[in-house]
Design a protein around this ligand. Structure first.
Ligand SMILES: Cc1ncc(COP(=O)(O)O)c(C=O)c1O
Length: 375
């Protein structure tokens, strides 16, 4: 009998998702107010170690809200990693800001903090830290540069629920941090997002911006004190979120356990470089990415094709941002690490609920492909 395909990712339901969504439906709290929204915002903010959570429709709009609340606007330059998912970059463009790209650090795949200073100009307003694939950025170094140069720190922690820097959680460092709860995230609501912050004024601004900058009293019901967005989350999504948060620590531990299994299984395969982790970081391995080096014997695209034929799904890494069509569209020698990650990177299945035998099956498939290539 053929073995089932191994998906790169799939959402995990812990058990209370269905009863909570059912309860929300039965009680008819199906829109953007309700008990689950309050509970989800509270529990996720607690998980991050900050005071406020502002739930919204997805991670992309969480970035838009966070950056708007930090008053990023037309002409402002924002330091951004070149190796990133594009959503936070688009959010800067929505606001008329200019992302200024900095290469990745090969020891964490997050922004290279040594290269940030050189990218700062008199127009620079903020540094955007994107915690890549579950590895947090070097927030101590970023905070120090920001303090010295009088810049705002923003975080995109969409891929790093629960990651820590010296014990402190991703999402608790910037003036605001964006999260995604898309189906492949460690905590999911299907689609969904949240901005977390420890700052009272930013929290109030975020709540207002999320809801069209509407007044909150009867007299101000249709009085808008700015140009706002309609980025609300529903109580139905939040019901899923509350069920997920009951197992948040378990979800993070499951991802780390899968990474440890992969490290044991893949170590020793010629030409496979394992993901790096800095000693000050707890990587939560949102995805488990490897680099396929020349001595593997096949390109990563060919490895991907052959793994697919063996029933193992994989994904290639992010395309260097500076090369995207809306920017230069061509390679630039200033970004060797981000380029190398794109050329060599592949991530393998790692979903909550994946067992050790399945991890071993993926490793065996990689060994089989290599053996066949060198035969
Ligand atoms: C770093 C990062 N930021 C933002 C997002 C956008 O989140 P969403 O897909 O919920 O809009 C993602 C999505 O994967 C992401 O990886």
């Amino acid at each position: 009998m053929p073995q089932p395909r191994i998906p790169v990712s799939r959402p995990h339901q812990w058990g209370n998702e269905l009863p909570y969504v059912t309860k929300a439906l039965q009680e008819n709290w199906i829109s953007s107010a309700g008990e689950y929204l309050d509970r989800f915002e509270r529990s996720f903010a607690d998980f991050c170690g900050v005071r406020y959570g502002i739930a919204c429709a997805n991670g992309t709009v969480a970035c838009h809200l966070a950056f708007a609340a930090a008053e990023i606007g037309p002409g402002d330059e924002v330091i951004c990693p070149d190796f990133t998912m594009m959503a936070p970059v688009f959010a800067l463009l929505y606001l008329g800001a200019k992302p200024v790209f900095v290469d990745a650090d090969e020891h964490s795949w997050t922004v290279d903090v040594e290269k940030i200073e050189a990218a700062i100009t008199p127009r620079t307003k903020a540094i955007l830290a994107v915690h890549i694939y579950g590895h947090p950025c070097d927030m101590a170094a970023i905070a120090e540069i920001a303090r010295r140069r009088n810049l705002t720190v923003l975080e995109d922690a969409a891929e790093a629920h629960g990651a820590t820097v010296r014990g402190r959680r991703a999402g608790s460092f910037g003036i605001a941090a964006a999260f995604s709860f898309y189906a492949n995230k460690i905590i999911t609501t299907g689609e969904g997002g949240m901005v977390v912050t420890d700052d009272d004024t930013t929290a109030a601004r975020l709540r207002s911006l999320r809801n069209l900058c509407l007044g909150r009293s009867n007299e101000t019901r249709f009085v808008h004190d700015g140009v706002g967005f309609q980025y609300r989350m529903t109580n139905l999504q939040a019901a899923i979120g509350v069920a997920q948060m009951e197992h948040a620590e378990e979800a993070v531990a499951a991802k780390i356990a899968i990474a440890r299994w992969y490290e044991e299984e893949l170590r020793g395969i010629r030409g496979i470089t394992l993901p790096p982790t800095r000693d000050w970081a707890q990587n939560v391995y949102w995805v488990f990415g490897v680099l396929v080096e020349d001595d593997f014997g096949l390109s990563r695209v060919e490895l991907q094709r052959r793994l697919d034929s063996l029933g193992v799904e994989t994904r290639t890494f992010f395309y260097p941002t500076h090369q995207q069509s809306m920017f230069e569209g061509k390679a630039n020698a200033q970004f060797p690490v981000s380029r190398r990650l794109w050329e060599r990177g592949l991530y393998v299945p790692s979903y909550i609920g994946m067992d050790r035998a399945t991890v071993a099956r993926v490793a065996e498939a990689i060994r089989t492909v290599q053996k066949a290539a060198s035969a």
